[in-house]
Design a protein around this ligand. Structure first.
Ligand code: FEO
Length: 391
C-alpha cells in the first residue's frame, strides 16, 4: 500500500490481542506500522510485534519486488516494534540496523544484537540515493532511545509512538481515504495511556521539529495522517501542555449506588446550566484509558467516592495515582463523596488534587450514608461553581 511514490506501508493489524501492554483494552484492535522507503537503496522503518512476523516478512518481500533490503531504521525499541528485528536480519542478512547510541545498547539488551549496526547522531542523515533520511532524537517519546525519521524532500515524518492511536486499520492506511472519526477517540486513549506522562519531552520534540516542513505523519500505530496532520500537531501541542477543552469529566466509585446518584445529580445540574461536554463514568466498570483520555481532553475533573477503610475507595485512589504518574496538572477539580460513620475520602481526594496543583473548585460536597436522605446545598453550590469559568 503506497503512502508516496517511494514509501510503502508494510505493517500489520492485530485484532486478537485483548490488552495492549497487558493493561489497555483494544476494542478495535491495534496496528503495528512499518514502512518501506525505496531510493536506489532501500530502508525499512521499524518492525512489528513478533506474533505477526510471517505476514510482515511477506509484506516486505512484496514491497521490495526483488530489490535488496539495505537498512532497517529503528525509531523505537519497545518490543511491539522491535521484536521482529531478528527475523528481518535472518531474512535479509545484508541489512544494516540503524539507531542511536541508546538504540544500540537496547539492541544488545533485548536481542543480543551487536553486529551489522550503524549508530547515528541527532541530525545525521542517511542517503538512499534518490532520497534521504534525517534522524532526530526525541528522547522519552516514549522511551529514552526514541527518535523520529524525516524524509525532508517528501515532508514525510516517521514519528514513532507520537501521533499514534489504538484501532486496527480499516483498509487504506492513510486518513485521506477513510472515515477517521473512529481514530480520534482512540488517539486520545493512546496518548493518555502511553504517552501522557511525557508532556515535556513531547513539547521538546515539537520544538525540535518546528522548523521542519511536515505534510505526512507516519506513526507506529493507527492511520497515516495527511488530511489531519496539522490538526494532530495542534492536539499534541495542547495535550502535552495538559490544557483541556471546555468540558467536565465526572467519575465516581460506588459500592451501593449513592455516589452514582450524586454524580448524576452534578451532571444534571451542569446540563441544566447549558454545559454540553459532560462525561460520567463509573470507575469500577469503565476502562481506565477511556477515562484518562477524557481527563486529558477536557479542562475539568470531578471525582467522588465513598470512604473505604478510612481511605479513598480503591478505584478512585487508583485513578488519582494514574493521574499523578502522568504528571497531569492544572485541571479544575471538584470533589465529592460519602461516608458511613467517619469521613476521609473527600479530604484525601482534595489532598491528592492539591499535590498535582489542580485548581480546587469550592465547595467540596460530602454526605453521610444515603445520598437521597441528605440536603443538596453543597452539591448545588459545587455545580454552580463548576459551571463558571473565568476565561
Ligand atoms: Fe508502540 Fe512505545 O511502543
Amino acid at each position: 500500500m503506497k503512502i508516496a511514490d517511494n514509501v510503502c506501508y508494510v505493517g500489520v493489524n492485530d485484532r486478537r490481542t485483548s490488552l495492549f501492554e497487558g493493561l489497555w483494552t483494544l476494542p478495535y484492535g491495534v496496528s503495528y506500522n512499518s514502512y518501506l522507503v525505496t531510493g536506489e537503496q532501500t530502508s525499512l522503518i521499524d518492525t512489528v510485534e513478533e506474533g505477526f512476523t510471517s505476514l510482515f516478512l511477506k509484506n516486505i518481500a512484496d514491497a521490495l519486488e526483488g530489490r535488496k533490503l539495505n537498512y532497517l531504521v529503528v525509531n523505537h525499541m519497545e518490543p511491539d516494534h522491535s521484536s521482529s528485528i531478528e527475523a528481518v536480519r535472518r531474512a535479509y542478512p545484508e541489512v544494516t540496523v540503524v539507531g542511536n547510541a541508546k538504540t544500540v545498547q537496547m539492541l544488545q539488551g533485548f536481542y543480543g544484537i551487536t553486529d551489522r549496526t550503524l549508530q547515528v547522531a541527532d541530525g545525521q542523515t542517511l542517503s538512499l540515493g534518490s532520497t534521504e533520511l534525517a534522524f532526530h532524537l526525541t528522547p522519552m517519546v516514549h522511551w529514552p532511545e526514541t527518535m523520529m525519521t524525516l524524509m525532508p524532500a517528501e515532508k514525510i515524518l516517521f514519528s514513532g509512538d507520537a501521533f499514534g492511536c489504538f484501532g486496527a486499520l480499516q483498509g487504506n492506511p492513510t486518513d485521506v481515504d477513510i472515515d477517521a472519526d473512529l481514530y480520534f477517540d482512540q488517539m486520545y486513549r493512546y496518548y493518555a495511556a502511553i504517552v501522557g506522562k511525557y508532556g515535556v519531552p513531547v513539547q521538546n520534540a515539537m520544538k525540535k521539529l518546528a522548523d521542519k516542513s511536515v505534510a505526512t505523519i507516519c506513526p507506529t500505530h493507527g492511520p497515516v495522517w495527511q488530511r489531519h496532520a496539522g490538526e494532530m500537531l495542534e492536539i499534541y501541542s495542547r495535550l502535552s501542555r495538559y490544557e483541556g477543552e471546555r468540558g467536565t469529566v465526572i467519575v465516581y466509585g460506588t459500592m451501593y449506588g449513592n455516589n452514582a446518584h450524586a454524580a448524576d445529580y452534578i451532571a444534571r445540574g451542569l446540563a441544566s446550566r447549558g454545559e454540553k461536554n459532560i462525561r460520567v463514568y463509573d470507575l469500577s466498570t469503565t476502562d481506565l484509558a477511556t477515562i484518562l483520555a477524557d481527563i486529558f481532553r477536557y479542562d475539568t475533573l470531578v471525582v467522588g467516592c465513598p470512604t473505604y477503610n478510612g481511605e479513598i475507595f480503591p478505584p478512585a485512589d487508583n485513578l488519582m495515582r494514574a493521574l499523578a504518574a502522568r504528571m497531569v496538572t492544572g485541571k479544575r477539580f471538584g470533589a465529592f463523596g460519602s461516608f458511613c460513620w467517619a469521613g476521609a475520602a473527600v479530604k484525601k481526594l482534595r489532598e491528592a488534587a492539591e499535590s498535582m496543583k489542580f485548581d480546587i473548585v469550592e465547595p467540596s460536597a460530602e454526605f453521610k450514608q444515603g445520598f437521597d436522605q441528605n440536603p443538596t446545598e453543597q452539591f448545588d453550590l459545587l455545580v454552580e461553581a463548576l459551571s463558571v469559568r473565568e476565561k
